[in-house]
Design a protein around this ligand. Sequence first.
Ligand SMILES: NC(=O)c1ccc[n+]([C@@H]2O[C@H](COP(=O)([O-])OP(=O)(O)OC[C@H]3O[C@@H](n4cnc5c(N)ncnc54)[C@H](O)[C@@H]3O)[C@@H](O)[C@H]2O)c1
Length: 263
Amino acid sequence: MTSIDLTGRKALVTGGAQGLGEGMASALAAAGATVVIADVQDSGEQTAKALGERHGFVRLDVTDDANWASAVAATVQHLGGLDILVNNAGVEITSLITELEVADIQKMLDVNILGTALGLKHGLRAMRPGGAAGQGGAIINVASVAATIAFPGISVYSATKSAVDRLTRVAAMESGKFGYEVRVNCVYPGLVPTAMGIGLANGMAAIGVYESAEAAVGAVIELTPAGRLGQVDDMADAVVFLASDAARFITGVGLPVDGGMGM
Ligand SMILES: NC(=O)c1ccc[n+]([C@@H]2O[C@H](COP(=O)([O-])OP(=O)(O)OC[C@H]3O[C@@H](n4cnc5c(N)ncnc54)[C@H](O)[C@@H]3O)[C@@H](O)[C@H]2O)c1
C-alpha cells in the first residue's frame, strides 16, 4: 500500500469486479478516491459495496460504444465528476498460432483493443475542459508484459496489448495537442495468479508449451529478476502512483510492473 493521497478524486475502473481491477479499485479507495467499478459481471456490485458505501457499480460491456456513453454519464452523476479512468478490462485465450480460432481472435480484439479505444474516447470526452466532468485528470490503460516480450501461446493477446500501448501514446499526444489536460499512461503487469493468470498457466500446459501449469509458472519466475510472480497489490500501487500528482509530469509512457521480466 502506498502513502499517496487521492482524497477528493473520482475514479472509474473497468473490469473491477475481480482480479487486478478489484485490487486497483480497492487501492484507489484506500488512497482516498471515490470509485465506480464497471464490469459485465454483476458481481461487481458486491465488490463495490465491499469497498464502502460511497463507492458504486455500473454495468458496462467495454466493447459497446453506447454502453460506454451511458456508463460514463452515470459515473459522473454518481461521483460528481471524473478524474481517473483505469481501462483494465481484458481477456486472454491461450492458443498456438497454428490452432487459432477466429472467434477467440475476435474476442481478444474486441475487449482488449476496441474496449480500450472506446474507454479513451469516452474518458477523454468527459474529462477534457467543457466535458461532463471537465477537470482533466489521468487515464491508466492496462497493457501487459506480453506487449514487450515474445512468449509462446499468447500471440494475439500480445498483439492486442501492443495495441493498447500504441493507443496510450497517441492518446497522450492528442490530449496534449488539444489541451485536454489528461495524462495517459499504461502499465505492463507481469504474471499475477488471478483467474486470468492461473488460466494462462493452465492453458500453456494444455497446448503443450510446458509440461504442467507449475512448470509454466516456474519458467516465468526463472525469467523474472525479482524471482517471484506479481501480486495484485504490485499492480494496484503502480496505478495509484500514475493516477496521482506524484506522476504529474509523466504521460505517454508504458510502465513495466513485472519484476524485470520484460527488460
Ligand atoms: N493476471 C495477469 O497475469 C495479467 C498480466 C498482465 C496483464 N493483465 C491484464 O490485467 C487486466 C486484468 O486482468 P485480471 O488478471 O484481473 O483478469 P480477470 O479475468 O481476473 O478479470 C478481468 C475482469 O474484466 C472483466 N471483463 C471482461 N470482459 C469485459 C467486458 N467486455 N466489459 C467489461 N468488463 C469485462 C471481467 O468480468 C473481469 O471482472 C487485463 O487487461 C489483463 O489482460 C493481467
